[in-house]
Design a protein around this ligand. Structure first.
Ligand code: HEM
Length: 103
């Protein structure tokens, strides 16, 4: 059963471009992790203002391993060096109960 971890980011309007630019230049370290399945940066359109950083894994253990890896630090180097673009964040986690992806 896949496992989904979403980082919910509160981003002031003036920092949106900075945030998106950082993701455009992201390290790509996460892509190489064992058990990594998918990543999406979701820009808010309507209903609320948060950006969602969507990640999907083959198990919760794979996600936990990435969190405590060097790759996680390398994937967050810009945010660490230049200060965060987000003013808040919280992590939501899910088990995939059902799913369908069109080929
Ligand atoms: C303190 C909380 C966090 C903040 C403010 C934050 C913000 C950011 C920012 C600005 C980047 C762009 C790259 C950079 O700045 O170096 C990034 C990368 C990323 N973040 Fe976070 N992040 C946080 C924690 C997390 C967590 C817990 C997850 C798990 C869902 C996550 C998922 C990702 C992914 C997948 C990338 C791309 C890494 C890569 O390409 O290797 N982040 N994050």
């Amino acid at each position: 059963m896949s496992f989904v971890a979403i980082n919910v980011l509160t981003v002031p309007a003036a920092m949106r471009d900075t945030l998106e630019q950082r993701f455009a230049n992201r390290a790509g370290e996460v892509d190489k992790m064992d058990g990594f399945e998918a990543f999406e940066l979701l820009r808010p359109v309507e209903g609320q203002d948060a950006y969602l950083v969507y990640t999907r894994w083959d198990s919760q253990a794979s996600f936990q391993a990435w969190l405590s890896s060097q790759a996680f630090g390398q994937g967050h180097a810009q945010a660490s060096a230049d200060g965060p673009a987000a003013t808040g964040s919280s992590v939501w986690t899910f088990e995939v109960a059902q799913s369908k992806t069109r080929a």
